[in-house]
Design a protein. Structure first.
Length: 600
């Protein structure tokens, strides 16, 4: 999900993208991975007692000591990074030394190291002036809403992410002169309350649980019980090794097990708050109970667990394509851009592209869909490691008359990719609009409109009122389209009107996750009766309160190829190098990274 590029300022110099199947399909033994035994009630009781006993001491740790802890964590996480990435690769059935293996470096140790470095810089800002330093301008939009540019933050960001910006859009009630008061509120008020937070980790992306724990510890001043998800519990001992400094301070403990262990922890008297990355159904089960009894409790508004819960859940993620004067190169580039949003991590991402929204009358609609199909077809099928994938895949494919299944599974537990064209947008209760596939399935729909501006207005309405979830959305728009004042005005309305926690322009919205400095979470306003994509934000290393959304912008096309693109030939080598760079940034490491980027 890391994007690394230079901006290609001369369109004519960029060659047509050639997509090649870069991952061979050798026979890959399904080696079993060691999984820690389920935690016993006695062990969990003891761990929670220790955490509760150390809470007051943690909230009193001064900032210089916290920064020293972060430096120790950076060293220790870097030390386990190769083993971390390799364990995830093996678990997900990825052959060694193929480009796809780079994913496990990027979404694991790289992002955790980046998180640690950003937290250290934020604490440095608090030391100097009482709050983290906002690196970019603070502006008011024409509507009066305050935005703060949080990315790029350093000179390295400008080198590795040329042309990329991210803004935090604040609650409309926030004024520019009050912005600093919304930052690091737990530090500003000398918050000694804290709390014991139960973090229920996710099983699909290895950085989620550790970064959620870091957020609770360093932004919200809580101590953490991190329960590993059964899917990636094998990683727990390595996370503990990398986070040993926090374990030694007595402010982090890990637990292992399934539903029974999770239920025990959620109801434990020493747990003050809960954070979960996962399914809306899991949140409902925690709050109301499982099965028929849970449904009755929800209908009656009767909670069996009244603890505060924050969550990052699923999404039927839209990709809105604004009609415009696209060239064949544009179509090829964004065909792969969109395809990569689906195929990354075998489709097991909450921010994977799920619905491509096009203008029905756009002359390039069919050509773009063909480029998406071509790019998806070039991606080798993947091990469907996440539970229930085959059943979900069958539900979605069997519900369509003309599903296009792509790729040739050659090993057990692999699934084809599936594209579902021309879903009727008037079928608001369609499976493709109301349920997250959480596997390699994406649909396409088209809206009628008299102009690009009208299309944008209709697309925003369709996303907000028809699609399930509010986590992230992408808008792809050609710069020449924005030269038209009517389209430009509609584009700005779209950025304001889309009710999503992250809105990305021209890139996969997962870039908002990967930048880490930007808040990541659902659009505000959900309660447990209609939780959808969740409540609250994580990452958010500038420690803002009262956030509405993040807006990430990139150039229309980037060169060299973004690292998340499925055909990036040197993704593994480059991912290793940027992870090493994040541990200890140095100009001496740049030539090797540049070389791998240009070869990709």
């Amino acid at each position: 999900m890391l994007a690394w590029w230079f901006v290609d300022l001369e369109d004519s110099r960029m060659p047509v993208i050639e997509i090649a199947n870069t991952d061979p399909k050798p026979a890959l033994p399904r080696a079993s991975l060691p999984t820690p035994a389920d935690s016993s009630p006695e062990a969990m009781d003891r761990a929670l007692t220790e955490l509760a006993g150390n809470l007051e001491g943690w909230t009193a740790v001064p900032i210089p000591d916290r920064r020293a802890i972060l430096q120790e964590l950076i060293h220790d996480v870097a030390a386990v990074a190769p083993r971390w990435a390799d364990l995830c690769r093996r678990a997900e059935g990825i052959a060694p030394q193929v480009p796809t293996a780079g994913e496990e470096w990027l979404v694991g140790p790289y992002m955790v190291l980046r998180n640690l470095q950003l937290l250290d810089r934020a604490l440095g800002g608090i030391e100097r002036c009482g709050h983290p330093t906002v690196p970019g301008p603070v502006r008011r939009r024409p509507s009066g809403q305050v935005t703060a540019q949080v990315f790029p933050d350093t000179v390295w960001d400008r080198v590795f992410y040329a042309g990329v910006t991210a803004e935090v859009w604040m609650d409309p009630e926030v004024r520019p002169e009050d912005l600093a008061e919304t930052q690091a509120v737990h530090y500003a008020r000398g918050d000694s309350a804290g709390g014991v937070s139960l973090v229920l980790g996710a099983g699909n992306v290895s950085s989620i649980g550790p970064m959620d724990a870091l957020y609770k510890l360093f932004v919200e001043n809580q101590v953490v019980m991190l329960k590993m998800h059964p899917v990636n519990a094998y990683l727990g001992p390595l996370i503990q090794e990398g986070f040993q400094a926090l374990v030694d301070w007595g402010v982090l403990r890990l637990a292992y097990g399934g539903v029974d262990v999770g239920g025990y922890l959620c109801s434990h008297e020493d747990v003050d708050e809960i954070h979960i990355t996962g399914s809306d159904k899991t949140v409902e089960a925690i709050v109301f109970g499982a099965g028929e009894e849970g449904r009755r409790n929800k209908a009656a508004g009767r909670r069996i667990n009244t603890k505060p819960i924050t969550s990052e859940l699923g999404n039927v993620s839209p990709v809105i394509v604004v009609p415009g004067p696209w060239s064949p190169k544009d179509l090829a580039y964004h065909g792969e851009n969109i395809a990569s949003m689906l195929t990354n991590n075998a489709g097991f991402n909450c921010n994977a592209a799920r619905v491509l929204i096009q203008h029905r009358g756009w002359g390039h609609r069919g050509a773009l869909w063909d480029q998406v199909r071509r790019a998806v077809d070039a991606v080798p099928t993947r091990h469907a490691y996440y539970p229930g994938a085959a059943e979900r895949y069958e539900d979605f494919v069997s519900s369509a008359d003309d599903a296009l299944e792509l790729g040739l599974p050659v090993r057990d537990l692999e699934l084809p990719w599936a594209l579902i064209p021309d879903v009727d947008p008037e079928q608001g209760d369609s499976l493709y609009f109301r349920r997250e596939a959480f596997c390699g399935v994406m649909s396409e729909t088209a809206l009628d409109a008299a102009s690009p501006a009208e299309f944008l207005d209709r697309a925003v309405e369709f996303c907000n009122d028809t699609l399930w979830g509010t986590l992230n959305a992408t808008v792809i728009v050609h710069p020449k389209s924005l030269a038209d004042p009517e389209t430009a005005a509609a584009f700005e309305r779209a950025l304001e009107g889309l009710r999503y926690g992250t809105v990305a322009v021209n890139c996969w919205a997962a870039v908002g996750y990967g930048l880490v400095i930007s808040p990541w979470g659902a659009y505000p306003g959900h309660d447990v009766d209609d939780i959808q994509s969740g409540s609250g934000f994580v990452h958010n290393t500038l420690m803002f309160d009262r956030i509405q959304k993040t807006v990430v912008r990139t150039p229309f096309r980037m060169s060299p190829k973004p690292l998340w693109f499925s055909s990036h030939a040197t993704a593994l080598e480059m991912a290793r190098k940027v992870t090493e760079f994040e541990e200890d940034p140095s100009v001496l490491k740049l030539p090797g990274i540049f070389w791998e980027a240009l070869r990709g």
